[in-house]
Design a protein around this ligand. Sequence first.
Ligand SMILES: NC(=O)c1ccc[n+]([C@@H]2O[C@H](COP(=O)([O-])OP(=O)(O)OC[C@H]3O[C@@H](n4cnc5c(N)ncnc54)[C@H](OP(=O)(O)O)[C@@H]3O)[C@@H](O)[C@H]2O)c1
Length: 255
Amino acid sequence: MSNSGKLTVLVTGAGGRTGQIAYKKLKERSDQYITRGLARTPESKEKIGGEDDVYVGDVRDRESIVSSIQGIDALIILTSAVPKMKPGFDPAKGGRPEFYFEDGAFPEQVDWIGQKNQIDAAKAAGVKHIVLVGSMGGTNPNHPLNSLGNGNILIWKRKAEQYLADSGIPYTLIRAGGLQDKEGGLRELIAGKDDELLNTDARTIPRADVAEVCLQSLNFEEAKFKAFDLTSKPEGSGTPTTDFKALFTQITARF
Ligand SMILES: NC(=O)c1ccc[n+]([C@@H]2O[C@H](COP(=O)([O-])OP(=O)(O)OC[C@H]3O[C@@H](n4cnc5c(N)ncnc54)[C@H](OP(=O)(O)O)[C@@H]3O)[C@@H](O)[C@H]2O)c1
């Protein structure tokens, strides 16, 4: 913590869809946080405003991210391999689009090596809390997402989650349900475990709510050494979550 009593927090994947919300929320709470972002490219940095607090680095190359991690109190990991749609898909003709990962940017490289690099660099820098956003579905090795682009994405993400849980660094592991680009703060959030929520109607969550839970987890000891699935009730049913301490307290699983 800085002399000002503020936490210095780095969001990686800051140019991503959830990452840019988390970065913005941290900056809006400048009374509590000194914000840093990590973007993959100068173009991603520009997309989120291009300010000096955004570092550029590639998580597959540990040396390129060390300076962004030096001196931070907490790290929020929001990087991910991103599947691309093969050209030629015509929705009018029906069928399903096919996806691929670019050479060198498969989940093994980005979600496993890239997250391991972030965790290792954070450990070396004495970071006190890592918040990692993973995905639900990881309990089933045959989950259809694993065949997407032959990437085994959930398998590599889960390997990184395990690495974090074994790292000794206080962590919060958030396995999100299907992400939606909808307004945050309007829904009752649900924390679960072992993908049990996939058997219910509550399987999705706005990206803005995931970003909020990332920030809230920085504020409560109850969020540390915890792993949980995170979804939401549909808007209009349930009571919008405001008591995040209670949300974290009810979670008992460490992985
Ligand atoms: N989509 C879903 O329904 C779903 C469900 C559950 C969980 N999740 C997980 O939730 C998290 C957030 O998802 P999202 O859709 O908001 O993310 P997203 O928009 O796909 O963003 C991913 C970010 O990772 C960055 N990145 C990729 N490779 C990198 C590298 N080598 N070095 C540095 N940065 C790199 C990208 O940078 P650029 O912007 O420069 O490309 C991008 O900013 C992800 O882990 C995702 O897998 C998604």
